[in-house]
Design a protein around this ligand. Structure first.
Ligand code: GTP
Length: 385
């Protein structure tokens, strides 16, 4: 069987070129991080196809095209690949490092490509650069996989490992074969070209799987978040409440309600009222322990789930929250406006059948706190303090 490496390279270029517009078109339907990562990946494919095309023309066009420009374009595509994947892995971009590694490699390749031609040194430089980029992906991927990881991340790990193996073979040949060259049909070169030809499909599949996973996680986060305050919403509170109740451990629930909130809305307007709610949520959030769950159940009412807490813990936190809010001076339209919250507390008892029963008792305690004059804490089944 005769494998023509230039033809393989062209096939890789064609594949990447066919997939790229589909991805770039698809970006229109998305926003935010999802859109940015898809766009970067689409650009990566365009750059790769251009790079492979120029590389395939080695010997037929000047070295400035097939070495200097081809490598420059491919290096940018590898750096952008790392950027797109780091975006999906939610780790800092390190754009400075990506650019510095790419530039150093490109300068080295230009020097040993045009000024003092040396194929072996060029391949070593390219391998070192790819090694750095691979490291910048494998490190966060390893961390993600250690925390459980996902199928998509494992697929991406295989794709990256495939690239490392193909390059390892190429380096091995570089050290052992007397005659080397990009388009010589040696096993290492063939493995590299075959991998390079298939890579746009495999890597894009891995990327899309990871992308889909990140999009799902983002959707789930949005579906569980109250957009006004950034705290959990009722759906998340129901789920978390059921989960905490299901553990059988101690559980306390605080129902908090801003006092005379209607007056703030009436006087300063709904938009200012919204800002007050966000400030309240943020202020209360600063007093919570890891694992405590704060959410808005609606209007000016918040629910706080306190796992592994007894009545003393819950009352102490409720009192701290009440006191903290009472000292928050809100400057609204140039006026300092006092604000307070009333809080109902309930802790799990053997009679509670589910978390909802606990919430109902906290709600009744809150009603008692309001009735007793507001700005106070009342525990369920207790007389108002
Ligand atoms: N700005 C803003 N106001 C809201 C929102 N949801 C509900 N409200 C308002 O919150 C106010 C709640 O009023 P009430 O239920 O009478 O309670 P209150 O004035 O706080 O009085 P007490 O709870 O009895 O102390 C109403 O004016 C609602 O319009 C919201 O998302 N944003």
């Amino acid at each position: 069987m005769h494998l023509d490496l230039a033809t393989l390279s062209l096939l890789g270029a064609l594949q990447a070129l066919l997939i790229a517009p589909l991805l770039l078109l698809a970006t229109r339907a998305y926003t935010g991080r999802a859109r940015t990562s898809l766009r970067i990946w689409g650009t990566v494919l365009v750059l790769q196809s251009l790079g492979w095309l120029l590389a395939a023309l080695r010997g037929q066009v000047s070295d400035w095209w097939s070495i200097v420009l081809a490598n420059g374009v491919l290096i940018v595509s590898y750096a952008e690949t790392a950027r797109a994947l780091r975006l999906l892995l939610e780790v800092p971009q390190r754009r400075g490092w990506l650019a510095a590694i790419g530039l150093a490699a490109w300068l080295g390749i230009v020097w040993f490509g045009v000024v003092q031609p040396d194929y072996r040194t060029r391949v070593c430089i390219a391998a070192a650069m790819l090694g750095c980029y691979l490291g910048m992906l494998l490190w966060p991927l390893r961390h993600a996989l250690r925390r459980g990881g996902s199928t998509a991340q494992r697929v991406m790990l295989l794709v990256l490992a495939g690239a490392a193996v193909a390059w390892g073979l190429r380096l091995h040949e570089l050290a052992t074969l007397p005659q080397v060259g990009l388009l010589r049909p040696t096993p290492g070169n063939i493995a590299n070209m075959v991998y390079g030809t298939l890579e746009p499909v495999f890597a894009t599949l891995g990327f899309l799987l990871m992308y889909n996973e990140a999009a799902q996680a983002e959707l789930r986060r949005l579906a569980r978040t109250d957009p006004l305050t950034g705290t959990f919403n009722r759906l998340a509170l129901d789920e978390e409440g059921a989960r905490m109740f299901g553990t059988g451990a101690g559980l306390a629930v605080l129902m908090l309600d801003a006092d005379h909130f209607k007056a703030i809305n009436d006087r300063f307007g709904h938009a200012v009222g919204d800002r007050v709610l966000a400030t309240l949520a943020h202020g209360m959030g600063t007093l919570l322990r890891p694992g405590d769950i704060l959410g808005r159940v609606g209007g000016e009412e918040f629910l706080l789930l306190l796992p592994r807490s007894d009545l003393d813990d819950a009352r102490a936190l409720a009192e701290a929250l009440r006191a903290h809010v009472a000292t928050m001076s809100l400057e609204l339209d140039g006026e300092v406006q006092p604000i307070s919250v009333s809080i109902g507390v309930a802790v799990r008892t053997p009679a509670d059948r589910d978390a909802a029963a606990l919430v109902r008792r906290a709600d009744r305690a809150l009603y008692e706190a309001k009735r007793a004059g507001r700005n106070r804490v009342v525990a369920a089944d207790e007389a108002p303090a």
